[in-house]
Design a protein around this ligand. Structure first.
Ligand code: CAA
Length: 284
């Protein structure tokens, strides 16, 4: 039986967390967003308010509906303020240590029945859950970038997830207007298991076929029906995020195609991370 979700916490309000919080308030759910500083929280709030205003301007949303959605978001820097949430979705840095620390804290502060979900894209949900003494309430809810626009959410069953937590997360994904799919906790789950090596292949092709970035993107858009080219997509996801996810998959699967191409690693090390730094394969 899926539990009822009246209040949601979102921890980490970066690109993914703010997108997830936007979805929650648009779906009519009281949402508490937690960031490490009030400034970062405010930045996420402004970003959400901006995208909802754009929807009003484009006639996709009524102004009072937009205002009510924005008013459903409260901000905090204190994890303890998530105590009465029915579901908490974590979207902090993609590193096991900080995630485990957070889940152990969430277990202490949240009510016993609350479902604890991670938006990790390439780490093991089971390993994150192992930092708690109630791993049955931990699941994966993996959204895609940009979360408000991409229809998919992967609902990930870790080794010890309960049916109740899993189905609660699935039902909540539907309530957000997403297309949820059920899967098990394997490296990269479904989409990244396929997409990460594919994007790495695309970067290798840049050198092998001596094709330009623009032509490679045009090739995959016009020849394979991709909505955006692989280099545009890497710039959107963030080269640091992609390299990190590649490394996590390479560590688990030891397949050469999972390893980040040296060209990408060099770009990431140089701070050419894509849209968020204004320069990646393209300038923004
Ligand atoms: N959050 C909220 N709203 C946003 C947004 C965001 N991040 N980005 C854009 N919008 C809103 C804007 O208001 C925008 O309208 P305006 O520009 O008029 O303000 C509106 O959405 C429409 O945006 P676009 O015109 O850019 O939309 P589009 O039709 O060109 O589609 C797209 C954009 C959905 C991103 C499409 O190009 C696409 O599907 N690209 C592929 C993306 C993809 O593959 N994502 C998966 C990445 S992999 C991943 O996420 C996994 C992982 O773990 C790393």
């Amino acid at each position: 039986m899926a539990g009822e979700i009246r209040k949601v916490g979102v921890v980490g309000l970066g690109a993914m967390g703010s997108g997830i919080a936007q979805l929650c308030v648009e779906a009519g759910v009281e949402t508490v967003g937690r960031e490490v500083t009030a400034e970062l929280g405010q930045k996420a709030h402004d970003r959400i308010a901006h995208f909802l205003t754009r929807k009003v301007e484009k006639g996709l949303l009524e102004r009072p509906t937009r205002d009510a959605a924005v008013a459903r978001l409260t901000l905090t820097t204190d994890v303890a303020e998530l105590a009465d949430c029915d579901l908490v979705i974590e979207a902090i840095v993609e590193e096991l240590g900080p995630k485990q620390e957070l889940f152990s804290e969430l277990e202490r502060v949240c009510r016993p029945g609350a479902v604890l979900a991670t938006n990790t894209s390439a780490l093991s949900v089971t390993e994150i859950a192992s930092a708690t003494s109630t791993p049955e309430r931990v699941v994966g809810m993996h959204f895609f970038n940009p979360a408000p626009l991409m229809p998919l959410v992967e609902i990930v069953r870790a080794e010890l997830s309960s049916d109740a937590a899993f189905e609660t997360a699935y039902a909540f994904g539907e309530r957000l207007g997403k297309h949820p799919i059920r899967c098990h906790d394997t490296p990269g789950f479904v989409v990244n298991r396929v997409l990460i090596p594919l994007l790495n292949d695309c970067v290798h092709v840049l050198d092998e076929a001596r094709v330009t970035v623009e032509d490679l993107d045009a090739g995959m858009r016009h020849g394979a029906g991709w909505p955006m080219g692989p280099c545009e997509l890497l710039d959107l996801v963030g080269l640091d995020v992609h390299v990190h996810a590649s490394e996590a998959l390479w560590e688990k699967l030891r397949e050469p195609r999972m390893a980040a191409p040296p060209r990408l690693v060099a770009m990431a090390n140089a701070g050419l991370l894509g849209r968020k730094t204004g320069q990646g394969f393209y300038s923004y």
